[in-house]
Write a protein that binds this ligand. Structure first.
Ligand code: GLP
Length: 240
């Protein structure tokens, strides 16, 4: 795609088409800077009647350990602001991934059981971490991993200071939908924008499948589509 807005629009059209075809889809959606334009476009398409969100089933992709739903930095608060509320998605339609639970292992286990009960993800909309992580599946990643908590890498913590603000400590642990669930999704749409993602996108697409680049597993899944802007793709624009 030739620029960020075009990339966001294309991604929104793609996802709106999937949701129109399957109004009861089980979906996971990302946080981060990259999807902001995508959410704005998706909400606009929804207002135009492109799809019905009243029966969607949303599974939260990831969150920080210790961040409560009321914390504006929590990823739940983030998707509520950008996605759930603007589309009128009720909390009963959402399975949260609770990084604020005392027993994180149990929270992950219950999340996986709930996801299994609905037959897994139909659609995973994802961003690409600067170190190749997907959700918070940090390298080295295990493609068979269940939903779990993980220590964040120094690189990821540094990248996340822009969400928290200078001088505010970023949580050191996170909880994430496991790789096994994401790889099993019937469709994965990966959004990538900006020149700083170009090198890792190249490793995802052209490099060997490697635990060091968790996204490289995803790219080999039959359902994976990447929507990248020209700055990230660095070649002729397109949906890959
Ligand atoms: C975080 C999230 C990911 C997201 C990634 C990229 O680490 N856990 O789900 O995809 O950041 O974020 P950004 O789009 O801000 O580069």
């Amino acid at each position: 795609m030739d620029d960020y807005n075009a990339m966001s629009r294309r991604a929104a059209e793609l996802v709106a088409g999937e949701l129109h075809a399957n109004p009861e889809a089980v979906i996971a959606v990302p946080t981060g800077a990259t999807p902001q334009g995508f959410y704005a476009q998706l909400v606009a398409l929804h207002r135009q009647g492109a799809f019905d969100a009243s029966r969607l089933r949303v599974f939260q992709l990831d969150d920080y350990v210790g961040a409560s739903a009321d914390d504006p930095h929590s990823f739940y608060a983030w998707i509520k602001r950008d996605f759930l509320d603007p589309l009128g998605i009720a909390s009963a339609q959402v399975t949260r991934l609770r990084g604020d639970r005392a027993d994180i292992w149990r929270a992950c286990h219950e999340y996986d059981a709930a996801l299994r009960a609905v037959g897994g993800l139909d659609l995973a909309v994802l961003g690409l971490g600067g170190n190749g992580h997907i959700g918070f599946n940090e390298p080295p990643a295990d493609p068979t991993s269940a939903t779990h908590s993980t220590a964040l890498s120094a690189e990821t913590i540094a990248a996340h200071t822009r969400y928290w603000g200078e001088g505010i400590p970023v949580p050191s642990r996170a909880v994430t939908c496991g790789m096994a669930n994401l790889l099993a999704a019937r469709r994965q749409v990966v959004l990538v924008a900006g020149a700083e993602k170009r090198a890792i996108l190249r490793r995802m697409v052209d490099g060997p499948v490697s635990a060091q680049v968790p996204a490289s597993w995803l790219w080999r899944s039959a359902g994976c589509v990447i929507v990248a802007d020209a700055a990230a793709w660095g070649r002729a624009p397109g949906v890959i």
